[in-house]
Design a protein around this ligand. Structure first.
Ligand code: GTP
Ligand code: MG
Length: 343
């Protein structure tokens, strides 16, 4: 007869795969790790796990208000847990020298257009989140596809010899486009397609969970680019209107912070796309403040506003970069992919 637990449910035998060397299963291991944080007992740890806070990283990037609201833990305790998680991860004071050393590790992926690369200080950088935003058809997805191919190139050709994790939230990923872009770059198209790991996110919680759980995958498969196309659409549809703005913003910020953490820890590039609508206001005010344009707030390190020009030409404008010069360049979407304008 199968064993019953205290609620009378059948106790499932634990799969041996889930056992560590000490005979603990994965949940026990997570609980054990969390209870190492000062202020976290077994009951608190169980509650954190229940709400998806299974790593120090997820706690370190949380804010006390939200952690308390989600888990029901008192705010002071939430703050203490967050601080302990940060201390564990050594979110500590650094010297400028150390910081300079870390920045030396930053690598860049070519966009395929020299103009565009120049705008970005050489290409899309690692250890950072780069946002492409603009209205429909401005080339946001095309840029994500192109970078998924280009990241595979050897360094002398502007790549990182890495793979891509492509998180598709709209179902607009086109494998044949990857194939033609790869061919145009002189890559073996089959290999290039094998090096792009695609996952469809079905809702915003799933999207968040994919990123929270991506750490091992990223390490195992040599991921050097994570693309999220689009990062905002599921959040927009699930949290519509002004009344949901605050919770939407909080969730999205947390999500972007976990992406940034992955970028920093694994020295990879994160590219996110964000559709914004052109409105009549754009003719009067700053177009980069268009409806929904500010949904992301200030997490991305580099924000690039895209707009249409003649034919397949597009204009990219760098906004809000912490250290690059603001500016504008023209590029073109060609059969080969993203390129400098032909004439
Ligand atoms: P939304 O996702 O709707 O917000 O738009 P987006 O900004 O992602 O637009 P996308 O990157 O899909 O760009 C669309 C543009 O790229 C279109 O105007 C097409 O002209 C061009 N394009 C897309 N696929 C191809 C292709 O296979 N060959 C060529 N030459 N152009 C393409
Ligand atoms: Mg798109």
């Amino acid at each position: 007869m199968p064993k019953k637990d205290k609620d009378g449910e059948d106790v499932k035998p634990v799969e041996s795969d889930n056992l560590s060397d000490d005979g603990l299963n994965e949940v026990d291991l997570v609980l054990e790790k969390l209870t190492e944080l000062p202020g976290v007992g077994e009951a608190t740890a169980t509650k954190l796990v229940e709400y998806g806070f299974t790593t120090y990283e997820s706690l370190a990037v949380a804010n006390a208000n939200e952690l308390s609201a989600i888990t029901g833990l008192p705010q002071t305790l939430a703050q203490k847990i967050i601080s302990s998680a940060r201390a564990q991860l050594k979110f500590t004071i650094k010297t400028a020298y150390e910081l300079e050393q870390e920045l030396k590790d930053v690598r860049r992926i070519t966009t395929g257009s020299l103009n565009f690369n120049k705008l970005l200080g050489g290409g899309v950088e690692t250890k950072a989140v780069t946002e492409f935003f603009g209205e429909f058809g401005t080339g946001k997805s095309q840029l994500a596809f192109q970078l998924s191919v280009n990241v595979q190139l050897p360094p002398e050709k502007g790549g990182l010899q890495g793979t891509t994790l492509f998180i598709d939230t709209e179902g607009t990923f086109v494998p044949t486009r990857i194939r033609s872009m790869a061919e145009a770059q002189g890559l073996n198209p089959e290999n290039a397609l094998q090096n792009v790991y695609w996952i469809r996110a079905i809702n915003s919680d799933h999207q968040i969970a994919i990123v929270e759980g991506a750490k091992d995958f990223v390490q195992k498969h040599g991921v050097r680019l994570i693309a999220v196309d689009s990062v905002t659409s599921l959040f927009r549809s699930e949290y519509p209107g002004r009344e949901n703005l605050a919770s939407r913003q909080q969730k999205l910020n947390l999500h972007l912070h976990s992406l940034l953490r992955l970028a920093e820890i694994y020295n990879l590039a994160v590219v996110v796309t964000n559709q914004v609508m052109a409105t009549p206001d754009m003719f009067y005010g700053d177009p980069t403040r268009a409806v929904g344009g500010n949904i992301i707030g200030h997490t991305p390190n580099n924000r690039v506003y895209l707009r249409k020009s003649k034919g397949q030409k597009r204009i990219a404008r760098l906004v809000d970069s912490s250290y690059l010069e603001p500016g504008e360049v023209v590029f073109e979407i060609t059969t080969q992919g993203i390129r400098d304008p032909q004439e």
